[in-house]
Design a binder for this molecule. Sequence first.
Ligand code: CA
Length: 389
Amino acid sequence: MKITKVISHVLAYDLPGELGYSQQYYTRRTAHLVEVQTDEGITGWGECFGPGNVAIANKGIVEKVIQPMILGDDPLDRDVIWHKVYNLLRDHGQKGMPIQSLSGVDIALWDIAGKVAGLPIHKLIGGTHRTQVKTYGYGMMLKRESVDDHIARFADEAAAIRDMGFVATKMKVGLGPKDDVKLCEAVRRGVGEGYPFMVDANHCYTTSDAFYVGRALEELEPYWFEEPVAPEDLDGYRELRRGLSVNISGGEVEFARWGWRQILENRGLDIAQPEVCALGGITEYLRVLALCHAHFTPVINHVWGSAVSVATNLQLLAAMPPLPGGLFPWEPMLEFDTTDNKFRDELLHEPLNIQAQVRANDGHVQIPTGPGLGIEPDRDFIKRYEVCD
Ligand code: CA
């Protein structure tokens, strides 16, 4: 079996309204799908993390840099291909866009392997630790509106996400430490006592500001405080984890086993959030997962993107061993973005229907059992939203 073609599909549409997080506002939704074709008619699908013009640049890396390296290779040689591409790109970026690009290709190779075997990817990895997974809904994005309007909207939206059936919810912060504490108080009021919520700063604080917000969070008892400081600030993470009783999470912008080794050895994370569509695909994710578990750091995957990304993560969550195990073990969750996303809801011939499953099944979603990722993207839909070829 040989790889005959590697194609990137960058999809985009204008969102019904502007959304924001602590770094920027945005008005376009993008997705970057990767299709790997073979001489035996089997096609694999993957996804690369990276929105907007990053996706368009990554398309160039996938098609113009990685494709020529792997044409003619056996797609089942996933680990060989991973190391061949990584070794050839090492001098040009051990993190960032080259690795995001490799991620989408690698996921597509796993999809092919599953289709060849007639098995879902979680069976190729080692089996089904769980047939369904708890799901949390994130929303509560920033907008160009007053602090008071944010406060009122966040309280309402948090309650609405809880009422949709999600087992927990996640909010953005980023208006500044004092106003952010008010937003967190509003979300606690909105969901009520006992319902888990999480706070995502997208690395907008200095360490001292993160301590200010973190001390207020100790009273409000969120499940975790995500990316409080810049990912490069390893000392900041370690100090916050030592100094606060709230769980510190992060890692969505870390790449490959060598980056992860550094942040895990630094002991700055209570919860690790690897992003499979960025860190190097499923092949590398499994090594990062092993590293996290070797440090007894629980993993809750970062999920962002289309239905391909959601399906990839469902496969990984099925195959994730319990840590440390027990009669009532600690369980991972699926991250689910509740904001407008056609590429998640309408891309597939048979949609995953996450929201409907969450509503009907007490916040749980079934793991797809079809071969590979267990999904089939609709080519007519892709053509409709593709922005460049
Ligand atoms: Ca995040």
